[in-house]
Design a protein around this ligand. Structure first.
Ligand code: URA
Length: 257
């Protein structure tokens, strides 16, 4: 069956959506000897697909790893200045994985790594992005009007933000803890939204991506996803079932030695 080459390449573990698009743009991919371009289709059963002259590797077995990213680590594979990256925190793995989305240097929490490009594409699908939930400790206590503005959309230089769910969890003297659920993933979005309403972020923690929850994974710790978590992640975006997986998550938790 013919499929878009991006999908075939991603499934073979050749990278994220951006990564495989780059391979196609560079002309590194050939189908039956002819250079393929973005948008081309092929049948992996019938056609001979090569990447940089090498036949397409057999589909790598999928890996799914959750990291509780601490502050101070960059979401990048290599930093030209030699600063710590999230890859420094991963255990040795049998295949190359990539992060699904990014967290800022100063943001903590849930970061998913996989070599399953098709799943990564689904999770980051423009327009239909999965929910991302954050806890944000902010300076000052937002007024009801500020909370409404955050929910309805905040004017940022590149345009108004989409509707979001925002809840004041608790006041902490002259500061506050908020819970925000977004379907967008613009650069430093939570920080910029909160700054725009006059409440700079002091600490930001991502606690959920779609159906996947951070749970009690400690900072810097990683664990593999359960089969059930992988299955549910692949389904259309939604809120996690009540009380989901808490026990299983703890059982599968693995600390780096
Ligand atoms: N919003 C931010 O401001 N930073 C992140 O890392 C993620 C969301």
């Amino acid at each position: 069956m013919e499929e878009r080459l991006q999908k075939v390449l991603a499934r073979a573990g050749l990278g994220s959506r951006r990564g495989v698009e780059e391979l196609l743009r560079r002309g590194a991919v050939r189908v039956n000897g002819r250079v393929a371009t973005l948008g081309d289709k092929a049948d992996p059963e019938r056609d001979v697909i090569t990447v940089e002259g090498e036949p397409l590797p057999a589909a790598a077995s999928p890996l799914y790893l959750l990291l509780n990213k601490p502050v101070g680590y960059l979401t990048t594979r290599h930093d030209p200045f030699g600063r710590p990256t999230v890859f420094d925190l991963l255990p040795p793995l049998p295949a190359k994985v990539f992060p699904v989305g990014r967290l800022d240097l100063d943001t903590e929490g849930l970061l998913l790594f996989t070599n399953d490009g098709a799943l990564a594409q689904r999770l980051a699908h423009p327009g239909g992005e999965v929910e991302k939930e954050y806890l944000a400790w902010v300076a000052g206590v937002p007024t009801p009007a500020a909370l409404t503005a955050l929910r309805q959309g905040v004017e940022l230089p590149e345009g108004r933000t989409a509707e979001a769910r925002v809840r004041l969890v608790e006041r902490q003297g002259t500061a506050a803890l908020l819970r925000l659920t977004l379907r967008e993933g613009r650069k430093r979005q939570v920080r910029r939204m909160l700054a725009a309403v006059g409440h700079p972020v002091r600490r930001l923690l991502r606690v959920r991506l779609g159906t996947l929850e951070l749970g009690d994974l400690g900072p810097g710790e990683t664990r593999g996803l359960t089969a059930e978590e992988v299955r549910r992640l692949g389904q259309p975006a939604g809120k996690p079932a009540r009380g989901a997986n808490r026990e299983r998550m703890t059982r599968h938790r693995s600390e780096r030695g």
